[in-house]
Design a protein around this ligand. Structure first.
Ligand code: B4P
Length: 184
């Protein structure tokens, strides 16, 4: 069992690795990106609000994200552990998560930073071909990452929760390194 966060730039492989870890540990993979894309596909109110931010590479506002995360962590299947992917994406979201975990008497085990250079993440995302994977949006997402998400690395490091893993390797090697980090 583990309660772990995967941090890292867009395209670093958070979704890929979170899915593998969730299967290995038999716990839910909670991806705010997947939850948002599902809401957009189902044309829910939340999805309609989120779409323009996602298409432009900006963060969806906290008022939309936080309730969604609270509801998901409150589900019975999340009691036994989880892998959070794409959340938190800013220091304000990290602070919210700390308070929420306190409220529901859960403790974060580890935040893992998947370290991958910019040129590699850009070529991966162009190869992936998702709706928000065009060059302009990718450039904006990297800017947003540096400005708003990278500070969460210091946030967890200051709390002795951070481990960095080299994500610029074969997918299986990255999974093995993540398992070792979770076990440590
Ligand atoms: P996300 O869905 O979180 O997507 P991502 O960061 O772009 O990708 P990820 O790191 O998961 O990479 P993947 O495994 O797919 O975010 C999308 C948007 O949603 C954001 O821009 C934002 O607007 C919004 N959003 C989400 N969460 C939010 C929040 N908390 N607050 C506000 N807004 C939020 O891997 C990428 C590619 O690389 C794949 O093709 C994969 O096959 C390949 N790959 C993976 N690992 C590899 C490896 N080791 N070697 C080679 N290729 C690899």
């Amino acid at each position: 069992m583990t309660r772990s966060i995967l941090l890292g730039p867009p395209g670093s492989g958070k979704g890929t690795q979170a899915q593998r870890l969730a299967n290995l540990y038999q716990i839910p993979h909670i991806s705010t990106g997947d939850l948002l894309r599902e809401a957009v596909a189902n044309e829910t109110e939340l999805g309609k609000k989120a779409k323009e931010y996602m298409d432009s590479g900006n963060l969806v506002p906290d008022e939309t994200i936080l309730g969604m995360v609270r509801d998901r962590l409150d589900q019975p299947d999340a009691k036994a552990g989880w892998i959070l992917d794409g959340f938190p994406r800013s220091v304000s979201q990290a602070e919210f998560l700390d308070k929420l975990l306190q409220e529901i008497s859960q403790e974060l085990d580890i935040a893992i930073n998947l370290d991958v250079p910019d040129d590699i993440v850009v070529s991966r995302m162009l190869g992936r071909g998702r709706a928000d994977d065009n060059e302009e949006t990718i450039r904006r997402r990297l800017e947003v990452y540096r400005e708003q998400t990278a500070p969460t690395i210091d946030y967890y490091s200051d709390r002795d929760k951070l481990v960095s893993v080299d994500g610029d390797r074969d997918v299986d090697e990255v999974t093995a390194a993540l398992q070792a980090a979770i076990a440590s």
